[in-house]
Design a protein around this ligand. Sequence first.
Ligand code: RIB
Length: 339
Amino acid sequence: MATASIKEVARHAGVSLGTVSNVLNRPNTVAPATRQRVLDAIAELGYVRNDSARQLRAGQSRTVAIVVLDVSNPFFTDVVRGAEQVIEEAGAMLIVCNSGEDSARERRHLELLEEQRVRGVLITPVAHGPQPDLERLHRRGTPVVLVDRGSGQASRCSVAVDDVLGGHLAMTHLLEQGHRHIAYAGGPFSIPQVADRHAGAAAALADHTAAELRVATTTSLTVASGRRAAEELLTLPAAHRPTAVICANDLIALGVLQHLTEQGVRVPDDVAIVGYDDIEFAGAAAVPLSSIRQPREQLGRTAALLLLEEAEAGSAHRHRHVVFQPELVVRRSSERRRG
Ligand code: RIB
């Protein structure tokens, strides 16, 4: 149902358009009886102000958008919570868009956000490399900050974790536990975080000639993909079957744990598992998951602060690339093998 227009409200209340605008924006400048007549008309007609148009006229929107890869991934829930604290403290509002790891969907979101003239965009892009949609936003004066994605680009800020180090930490831990046949489960590798974590794990393995790293590439970073990766690994001949799996994120790790457990494979005695993110469900899993911790809320807060700084400073802003250090959290899923 279309909402009433400001003209219909003015006519219904028997006042001018300017009086209705004053009631909405400067209520103390309107006589109480007149203000109440206008408010009654707004309620009776169901008028809803077009905030984006008003904000546009005022020269700045009070809405910031964050575009996440997968809204069902608790990693992003924590990142959003951190960003939300900062954005709301600044008197603005954060809206969440989900790209679902789909570039076409991401592009549609960015086009709509550009039409809405949002104050800025926080985004974990689906792909790596040049981002023409983000360049266009930036040319229009809309600050864009990359989240959970490193970037050497001079045209925007970024906040990330050293994912190569994260993969290195996971592999070093498993090698120290005595594992020599290790798998990496994750994908698509077009997502830089997935590729970087694998690169770090492979680098840590390089010094161990007697060890091998096998990849079970997934089509998404979900629990279902983790289950499929575990299924694939169990088809390998016993001599090449991994005794440990590094997962690109905790959702993959939960899927691997679920399938192995269903197949009677003992974790960690038969197969150890290390996830990535250290979401709340990692520690709460039936076999508590070891994971590489990302400072999730801090990622969100820092990205939001950088964006507001740029929105206020404009061309005087100097872009920064903040990189946090990951941390290995050891739990039962990768404790030393017995015997
Ligand atoms: O951003 C890509 C992935 O990295 C997400 O799935 C999230 O889990 C993070 O670890």
